[in-house]
Design a protein around this ligand. Structure first.
Ligand SMILES: *Cc1c(COP(=O)(O)O)cnc(C)c1O
Length: 226
C-alpha cells in the first residue's frame, strides 16, 4: 500500500522537477523501511528526538529533512547527519547550525521558513526578517550552511483561492531573494510547499519539494507516538 501510494506520487511528479519528501513522523521504522524499499529517499520528520531515534535504524543514503520548529539547543543532535533543515526562522538558529555543522566538517542545507498562513501559531519569517538575516555579517561569514531556498506551511483550509494566494506569496519571496541575494547561485533553488491535501495546487504554483505524510502512510496516531 505504501508502495502503491509512492507510485501514485511518482506519476504526479512526472514531467515536473519537483521532488517528494515522504513525511514519516509518528510512523515506526518498519514503515519507513517499506517506503525506502519502494524507492523513497527524502524523509521528513518534525521532531528532533524522533529523527535521531530512527536514523541509525535505516539505510544511510536517506536524505533527512527536518520540517518542524527547531530549538537551538537541539541542533547538535541532528548535525552529524541531517541533510536539510527546512525550518530556519532566526539568525540565532542559523548560527548554531553553522557552529555544529563546522564541528562535524559538514555543510548543512537550510531553507528559510516563511509565515504564509492565516493562523498565528505557525512559525516563520517575514520578508524583512529574512533580508535582515541575509544582510548580516554573521550570515555572510558562514561556510557550513547553504541556504537552498524557502519553505512554508499554508493555512489549513479547503479554500483553493486562499491556498493559491499563499503559495504565490511564498514563490514571490523566493524570487525576490533569488534576485537580490542569490543571483547566479543555482544552489538556491527550492520552494518547499504542498502537503497531502494541497500538493496539486502547490505544484501548479511552482513547488519544488512537496511534503507528503498521510497520503502515503495513512492517518497518524498521535495518541501512541507523538
Ligand atoms: C506533518 C507535516 C506535513 C505532512 O502533512 P500531511 O498532511 O500528512 O501530508 C508537511 N509539512 C509539515 C511541516 C508537517 O509538519
Amino acid at each position: 500500500m505504501i508502495a502503491d501510494n509512492l507510485r501514485y506520487f511518482e506519476q504526479q511528479l512526472l514531467g515536473s522537477k519537483a521532488r517528494l519528501v515522504a513525511v514519516t513522523k509518528t510512523h515506526p521504522v518498519e514503515r519507513l523501511q517499506e517506503a525506502y524499499d519502494a524507492g523513497a529517499r527524502l524523509f521528513g520528520e518534525n521532531k528532533v528526538q524522533e529523527m535521531v531515534a530512527k536514523q541509525p535504524e535505516l539505510p544511510q543514503d536517506i536524505e533527512w529533512h527536518l520540517i518542524g520548529h527547531l530549538q537551538t539547543n537541539k541542533v547538535k543532535y541532528v548535525a552529524p547527519f541531517v541533510h536539510t533543515i527546512q525550518s530556519i526562522d532566526s539568525l540565532k538558529l542559523l548560527q548554531e547550525i553553522e557552529k555544529q555543522a563546522a564541528k562535524h566538517g559538514r555543510v548543512i542545507q537550510g531553507l528559510l521558513q516563511f509565515h504564509i498562513a492565516e493562523e498565528e501559531t505557525k512559525f516563520g519569517l517575514s520578508l524583512a526578517e529574512a533580508e535582515e538575516i541575509l544582510q548580516s555579517a554573521a550570515y555572510q561569514a558562514m561556510r557550513h550552511v547553504q541556504i537552498a531556498g524557502v519553505m512554508g506551511v499554508a493555512t489549513n483550509t479547503t479554500d483553493e483561492a486562499q491556498l493559491r494566494r499563499e503559495f504565490r506569496e511564498l514563490r514571490g519571496y523566493f524570487e525576490q531573494l533569488q534576485t537580490r541575494y542569490f543571483a547566479q547561485q543555482p544552489a538556491f533553488r527550492e520552494i518547499s510547499m504542498g502537503m497531502s491535501s494541497d500538493f496539486r495546487l502547490a505544484l501548479e504554483e511552482g513547488s519544488t519539494l512537496i511534503r507528503v505524510g498521510s497520503a502515503i502512510f495513512g492517518a497518524r496516531n498521535y495518541g501512541v507516538s507523538g
